[in-house]
Each structure stands twice: as C-alpha cells, then as structure tokens.
Design a protein around this ligand. Sequence first.
Ligand SMILES: Cc1cc2nc3c(=O)[nH]c(=O)nc-3n(C[C@H](O)[C@H](O)[C@H](O)COP(=O)(O)OP(=O)(O)OC[C@H]3O[C@@H](n4cnc5c(N)ncnc54)[C@H](O)[C@@H]3O)c2cc1C
Length: 465
Amino acid sequence: MRGRGTYRREIESIAGAVRGAAVRTGPRFTIPYGFDATGLRGECGGVAFPRGLEDLAALLREAGRRGVPVFMRGAGSGFSGGSVPRGGGLVISTEHMHRVLSFDPGRREVEVEAGVVNRELQDYLEARGFFYPPDPASLNFSTIGGNVAENAGGPRAFKYGVTRRYVRSLTWVTAEGAVVERSAPDGPAALLVGAEGTLGAIYSARLGVLPAPEAFRTYLLEGGGAAGALGFAAGMIAAGLSPGVLEYIDAKTMRCVGEHCCLGGIGNRADYLFVEFDGEPGVVSAEARAFEEMARRAAAAVRPARDAAEREYLWKLRRSVSPSLARRGVTKVNEDVSFPLGRLPEAARAVQELAREYDLDCYLFGHAGDGNMHVNVMTDRRRAEEMERVHRFVERLFALVVSLGGALSGEHGIGLTKSPYLGMVFSEAELALAREIKRAMDPGMILNPGKYFNGGGAAAAARSG
Ligand SMILES: Cc1cc2nc3c(=O)[nH]c(=O)nc-3n(C[C@H](O)[C@H](O)[C@H](O)COP(=O)(O)OP(=O)(O)OC[C@H]3O[C@@H](n4cnc5c(N)ncnc54)[C@H](O)[C@@H]3O)c2cc1C
C-alpha cells in the first residue's frame, strides 16, 4: 500500500471506467468517509457509490487492475475501525444499494441489498408479521452488509443467536470482480460472515426471519452490585429461563443515562438487569411468573412494564446507554470483550479494580445472556499521559479476558483496534492458515488491507459463530 493520497489518479480513472457509480474525490466526501464510530481517521482517496451488483463488480474489477486498496463501508458505525480507509484507497459505500429484493413468507426468508438499514428491514417485516432477530443496539443506522461482515450480535443474541445463524445465502463479489450468486453459507460465503470486508464485497444477503412474537413481558431488575445483578442473570439461565433480552447495566452507567434521559422514578444506585421474555403467550406468562418468584426470593426490586408505552420507555433507556456515554467524554474507548457466563461477576469486579488502578473513568454494560461485556472508558485523545494509561489498561483487560477463557471481541470485530492483540488468542499456526485463506481469496491484497491479521482475516471470522 502506498502513502497518503497517492491513488487519486487511479481512482479518477476508475470513475471514468465505471459510469454507473458516482465516485467522489473532494474533501466533502473523503473527510467524513475517513472515520467510523471509533473516531479513528484514515486516509481516503475517494468514495464510490455503486447502485447495484453490476457497478459493485465493475468497481472491484477496475480497482483490482490498478492495485487500488478497497474499503467496503455500510454506515461506518463499527467500533473497531473496520471501515476506516488507509493509505488513500477507495471507500465503496453501500448507501445507494438499499432495496428489499424479495420476501417469501412460506420459506421465512427475505433478501436485501447490503445497504438496507437493520431498522428498515425490521419495519418492513413487522408490517408483515415477522421479525429478523439480530438487532444490534445500532439497528437504527447500521446496515445489513455491515451486520453480516461483522457477524453482529445484540440484545437478543442469547435466545436467538447472532447474524450467522440467519444467513441463508450471500451474493458477493470477489477481489477480482467476479460475481458469486446466492452462495450458500456452507461454502466460501461462510468465510465472509464476520470477515469484516477482508475477503469479498457483499452485494446482498438472503436471511432467515421468524414470525413476530405474540407476547412480551419486560422488566427492569435492581440487583445490588455487579455480583448481585450478574449472579441473578446466571441464576436465571441455570434455572432454565430463556429471556429474549438479558442486559446488564452498572450503576455508574445508569447514573449517566439519568443525566441525559429521564429515569422516570428508576433509581441509579444499583446495578440493573433489563429483562424481556417474548414468544407464545402461555410460555411467556410461565417464564415471567418464575422470574418474579426468583426476584422475590432474592429480595430484588423489579419494575415491570405494564403496557406498550412502558415497554417502549424501558427500551428507550437501554438504547440511551451508548449515546449518553458518548456525551460524557471526548473519546470513548469501547471494548466489547466476552467472558464465560459463570465468571461474569468476578470479571466485572476485576475490570473495575483495573480501572481504579489506572485511575480511569470506566462504565460497564452488556449482553449478560451471552457473556458479552462492554467496557467503556471515557477519556480524551488529546491527553497523551491519560491515553497511555488507557492503553496499558486495555492490554491488562485483554490479558484478564484470556486468563478467564473469554474472547477479545464479542461482536464489534477486530478491525484496526484489536488486530495487534490477535496473537494473544490464536496460535501462530492458526494465523498462518488465515493468511493463506486471505491470499487465496484476495491475491492482490486489495480488500481492507492492514486490518485484521494485517492481511489474513479468516481465522477470526470463525471466532463467534
Ligand atoms: C451506538 C452503537 C451501538 C452498537 N451496538 C452494537 C450491538 O449491539 N451489536 C453489534 O454487533 N454491534 C454494535 N455496534 C457496532 C456496529 O454498529 C456493528 O458492527 C455493525 O454491524 C456495523 O454496521 P455498519 O453498516 O455501520 O458497518 P461499517 O461500520 O460501515 O463496516 C463494518 C465492517 O464491515 C465491512 N463491510 C461493510 N459493508 C460491507 C459489505 N457490503 N461487504 C463486505 N464488507 C462490508 C467494513 O469493511 C467493515 O470492516 C454498535 C455501534 C454503535 C455506534
């Protein structure tokens, strides 16, 4: 890969060769498309907006011929620098590929272009009595292409699983511009799920969907400290309860939510669990009764949502967590590590101790059902000494994750931010195999170079199926 801005001439010649796709090289595009949600800025030589499969294939073909690095981009909401361009390469945005291509209620399948926003898909399906279970907290803006490329999870992952479970086939474009139509996920398409745009460009995804749940029971449980709330979550799972949503929010995070969003009488001194049962009414009632009984025995205060408006309100609180934290500091360092379920209380305690040791402002929340803990440090990139402490904290955090048998990324991927640490979890033999797969699928090394194994993405694609 060459230095900053040196692909400008090639990108302009790609623009001439691919007439269907708008290609922009002015700062109005290259600056905003140089970032993702991490706030990291890369060097972007131009941004292309394909309108369909033909444009996408032509862009890849022409970029490949000229050796121009390509960075696929959905909404840029990634939290690991996955879509951040490097070395002045070409960003391909899927924004203008946002059609629902087909819906087959009999087969329970929908096919959408990569740029469809998760929320748009949910609304489309809701109007037809169905839903698509993977609903990352970024569903209002993140795209299906980005969700598939990151193997996105979310609040419902414990009961319903993550994106991979719902991918029926992908139509995608190879690094050399060849189109692979409707390739089933037991072939090479399996590698694309979670490969973060390092192995191919996804044009569309055929996804499994489910009938919308008939009933919901939603609660906020006040669980004392981390051990109380997370211990209660582990107890629910051990008792065989299967909530659709089981989210942990620590007291400090709840206080932060309270500063930016009305808590409506909900306290903020304890750690909380946000719990929702969904499904067939009889089953939901039985599970809700068992949950209330468990809470009574544990003397834990519970606030049930009594109607749809209250349910919506509790969801609003949950979805306010990330935006509320974002207002708290100039820089949010968000590590989505995961721990074995039974070890979550111990992990939460250890993380808070580490934060105290490095004197950092740290907030914990996450998907308690599948052990995925978001460790957020609010800091300021401009304070070099503090950033150095954050860096050492993150290294110790990852060492803690490995020692407890967890994973570096529960859902946000490896991207730029975690690739230096992959050696902590994968052996050299695994990393070498990943590099071989990368070379076989992207011989010119043009797809998202410099990320994720520094050019060898596939082993980590298998990290959290
Ligand atoms: C407030 C907030 C909450 C979040 N909550 C969650 C959560 O609950 N669960 C979760 O999993 N994540 C969450 N995320 C992270 C992020 O939203 C997800 O990773 C999401 O899947 C990224 O989608 P995107 O469209 O923004 O992709 P981008 O950020 O644009 O890209 C992400 C990666 O996918 C690749 N990519 C994008 N489109 C394609 C394509 N068509 N073909 C090939 N590769 C492609 C990119 O190259 C990049 O490596 C959250 C982020 C924010 C800001």
